[in-house]
Design a protein around this ligand. Structure first.
Ligand SMILES: Nc1nc2c(ncn2[C@@H]2O[C@H](COP(=O)(O)OP(=O)(O)O)[C@@H](O)[C@H]2O)c(=O)[nH]1
Ligand SMILES: [Mg+2]
Length: 325
């Protein structure tokens, strides 16, 4: 009996997400907000959307930009200014703000809303905040699903803001096409330069709050750290609050985007994202099954793994085909 009820509930959420996805494709933001809530509760639902809209999604080329850095470095202010620049270019932008602490209460969300408020009445901009708590890796696994929903909506750019605290900072590299590391001369950010992995994941460096003392010293130190790496990466000085350096930031992200497409590395980034998504879901499922010992649950895990492998094969095959041509 209980089993039957679960099944009915499962089917109805599949129907719900598919009907919402139809509306999302038609540009309805309310449907988008509702679908995200569904995905947050049941991240696997996104597979139904991906299967149903496979052909449409393949044609979407949303560029995913990650902003990471210490709390207070100016990521939200910078995002807001960058979004304004993208809007001038008539680009549609979807934003995901990942807050590692309290998901839907507290000052962080309110603060982000206030800082980004000029875009709130704009149909071509959509902002969603989500928590990262209680996840196996650093990133909220719903992020991957939200990316798919944003692509379906047709955003040209998807911006993900993650706070540079632990794993989520590194994980952004598995999700974003272009990673922007935001540093500021505020006390403590020199430490960022010492952290293993951070220098490698960044594609563009921003030294924000360059109106404050210490920005140039920070830049010199960053250049010193970077001279040991083989690739040259841009360092941009910005004042997010006044818009200084935003044009340059925009240009450098465009250049990076063009390089990714020119070299075909964009496909590698896509594969990396799919693998990370699979890993996140599989780890979560496995840890759940291990703790419940429920046979139906374990069958679901096998089913999920099958679907993930199918998905990966499809990506690889598509890639191979494109190389044949
Ligand atoms: N002086 C100065 N303050 C800034 C600059 N950018 C952001 N801020 C301020 O720094 C604080 C933190 O900014 P916020 O965007 O919330 O940082 P986040 O935590 O990284 O998202 C806010 O009070 C901003 O107004 C800047 O370039 N110069
Ligand atoms: Mg912020």
């Amino acid at each position: 009996m209980a089993e039957k009820e679960t099944k009915i509930e499962y089917n109805s959420s599949v129907e719900k997400i598919l009907s919402l996805s139809e509306k999302i494709k038609n540009g309805e933001q309310i449907a988008l907000a509702k679908a995200i809530t569904l995905i947050e509760n049941e991240p696997e639902l996104i597979f139904h959307v991906e299967a149903h809209w496979n052909e449409v999604l393949k044609t979407r080329t949303s560029h995913i930009v990650g902003f990471t850095g210490s709390p207070g470095a100016g990521k939200s202010t910078l995002t807001d200014a960058y979004v304004a620049k993208l809007r001038v270019q008539n680009r549609k932008v979807g934003i995901i703000a990942v807050d590692p602490s309290s998901p839907f209460t507290g000052g962080a969300l309110l603060g982000d809303r206030i800082r980004m408020k000029r875009h709130f009445t704009d149909d071509n901009v959509f902002i969603r905040s989500m928590g990262s708590r209680g996840n196996v890796g650093g990133l909220n696994d719903a992020v991957f699903g939200v990316i798919t929903l944003y692509k379906l909506y047709g955003f040209d750019y998807i911006i993900i803001e993650t706070v540079g605290a632990g794993q989520s900072e590194i994980d952004i590299a598995y999700v974003a096409d272009s990673v922007v590391l935001v540093l500021s001369p505020a006390a403590g950010d020199e430490i960022q330069l010492m952290k293993a992995g951070i220098m490698e994941i960044a594609d563009v460096f921003v030294i924000n709050k360059s109106d404050m003392e210490g920005a140039h010293v920070l830049k010199t130190n960053l250049e010193m750290v970077l001279q040991f790496s083989e690739s040259s990466k841009p360092i941009i000085l910005t004042v997010a609050t006044s818009g200084k350096g935003i044009e340059e930031l925009y240009i450098e992200i465009e250049k990076h985007k063009d390089r990714l497409h020119g070299s075909g590395e964009i496909n590698e980034r896509l594969k990396r994202r799919i693998k990370k998504h699979a890993e996140t879901l599989v780890l979560k499922k496995i840890s759940k099954v291990l703790s419940t010992e429920n046979i139906d649950e374990s069958l679901m895990v096998y089913d999920l793994i099958d679907r993930v492998i199918d998905n990966l094969c499809e990506v690889y095959n598509a890639d191979l085909k494109s190389k044949e041509v």
